[in-house]
Write a protein that binds this ligand. Structure first.
Ligand code: AHM
Length: 337
C-alpha cells in the first residue's frame, strides 16, 4: 500500500525546497485547507440545517446571495483573520477589501482573494460547487495595513492559487507555481490526501463546455467556433459551476468558454476571483487561458475588484485552434491594410 501523504505534510515538504521560505505561505495554505474542511462539513449537511436557499441580500455584483455563500465567506474570513499570515482579503461576496490587524505584532506579506462558493445556482439542487482562491504578495509596505493596490495585481503576479471542489468527493487542488497537485478529503480521518500528483492537462480532449443556451447572444465568430466544436463531434458538458467544468477539463482535456453576451458585454465571470486563479492553475498544468478577444488572461490589467472578463481556457491545442479560428473569422490580429 502506498503511504498516504496529507496536504499539511506535502505543503511542509515543499517549503523545505525553498531554503529562505519563512513558512508564511505554508501557514496560509494550511489555513485555507482548514477553512475548506469547515465549509465542506456544512455543504454536506446543508439540507439538514435549513441553510439552503437565498439570503435576503445581494452581493457586490448584484446577484442574489445564497445562504451557504455567506457561511463559506464568513468561515474563510475567520480562518484567514486568525491565522496571522494574511494581511487582508477580497471576496466576491463583499464590495471592498477587508484589512486585518497584525497578530502578535507580526506583519503579513500576503493577501488572499476568493470566491467562497462558486456556482451558487447549483447549491439548492445538490450539484457540485467550489471555492476558488488566489494569493498575492503585497506590494504595499508591510509595516502598514494592506491596500487596494495589493489586490489589483495582474494574475501573472499570483504566488499561489487553487480551488476546492465539493463534488462526489471533496478535492483541494493548488499550485504555488511549480505544478499542480490535488488532494482528496478522506472523511474517515478528516485529512486531504495527495491523490493526483503533478497534473498535466491533455493536449486536447473530447469536451467543450459553454452555456449553449446563450448561442444567439454570442458574437458571430464565437457561434461559428461553437458550430465547429459540434461538427467535430466534441461532447458538450456544462455544469454551470466553473470549478467543476474546469476540473473535468484539467483531468480529461477540452475547452471551457464564457464569451461576451448581450447581457454581459465584458463577459460574466470575475477576473480577480474566478478567471485569474483558475487560469493560473490551468497554465501550471500545461494548458492555456485567453479571453475571447485573444489576450492572455494572466496579463490583463486589473482596475476593479469586481471586474469581469471573457474566457476560453483548457487544452493548449484546443485554445490555439480557437484563437486561430477567431483570428480568421473576426479579423482580430490581422495586418491592417
Ligand atoms: P456565481 O458566482 O454566481 O456562482 O456565478 C459564477 C458561475 C460559474 O461558476 C459558472 O461557470 C457560471 O456562473 C454559470 O453562469 P451561467 O448560468 O450564465 O451559464
Amino acid at each position: 500500500m502506498n503511504r498516504i501523504i496529507t496536504l499539511d505534510e506535502f505543503i511542509i515538504r515543499r517549503q523545505k525546497d525553498f531554503p529562505f521560505a519563512s513558512g508564511e505561505l505554508t501557514g496560509l495554505l494550511r489555513d485555507i485547507g482548514v477553512a475548506a474542511k469547515i465549509v465542506n462539513r456544512e455543504v454536506n449537511k446543508a439540507g439538514l440545517l435549513n441553510i439552503l436557499g437565498t439570503a435576503e441580500v445581494e452581493n457586490a455584483s448584484g446577484d442574489a446571495v445564497q445562504k451557504l455563500d455567506l457561511y463559506a465567506n464568513e468561515k474563510l474570513i475567520e480562518c484567514l483573520k486568525n491565522s496571522g499570515e494574511c494581511a487582508g482579503v477580497a471576496s466576491e461576496e463583499i464590495e471592498e477589501i477587508i484589512t486585518f490587524p497584525t497578530v502578535n505584532d507580526k506583519p503579513s506579506k500576503y493577501v488572499v482573494v476568493f470566491d467562497p462558493l462558486d456556482g451558487s445556482s447549483n447549491i439548492d439542487v445538490n450539484v457540485s460547487v467550489g471555492t476558488i482562491f488566489g494569493i498575492y504578495r503585497r506590494i504595499s509596505d508591510t509595516a502598514d495595513s494592506c491596500t487596494l493596490a495589493d489586490f489589483l495585481q495582474k494574475g501573472s503576479q499570483l504566488v499561489a492559487a487553487g480551488y476546492v471542489l465539493y463534488g462526489t468527493s471533496t478535492l483541494l487542488v493548488y499550485s504555488t507555481g511549480r505544478g499542480v497537485n490535488a488532494f482528496t478529503l478522506d472523511p474517515t480521518i478528516g485529512e486531504f490526501c495527495l491523490s493526483h500528483r503533478d497534473i498535466q492537462i491533455p493536449q486536447r480532449g473530447n469536451y467543450y463546455s459553454v452555456n449553449q443556451g446563450y448561442y444567439l447572444k454570442f458574437d458571430v465568430d464565437m457561434r461559428r467556433y461553437i458550430d465547429q466544436c459540434s461538427d467535430m463531434n466534441l461532447r458538450l458538458r456544462y455544469i454551470g459551476s466553473m470549478v467543476s467544468d474546469i476540473h473535468r477539463i484539467l483531468l480529461q482535456g477540452g475547452i471551457f468558454l464564457y464569451p461576451n453576451t448581450r447581457k454581459y458585454p465584458q463577459g460574466k465571470l470575475r477576473l480577480v476571483y474566478e478567471c485569474n486563479p483558475l487560469s493560473f492553475i490551468v497554465e501550471q498544468a500545461g494548458g492555456k487561458a485567453i479571453t475571447t478577444q485573444l489576450e492572455r488572461v494572466l496579463d490583463l490589467e486589473v482596475h476593479d475588484l469586481h471586474q469581469r472578463a471573457t474566457i476560453a481556457m483548457g487544452s493548449p491545442e484546443m485554445v490555439d485552434e480557437m484563437k486561430a479560428f477567431v483570428e480568421k473569422y473576426s479579423g482580430i490580429n490581422l495586418p491592417k491594410d
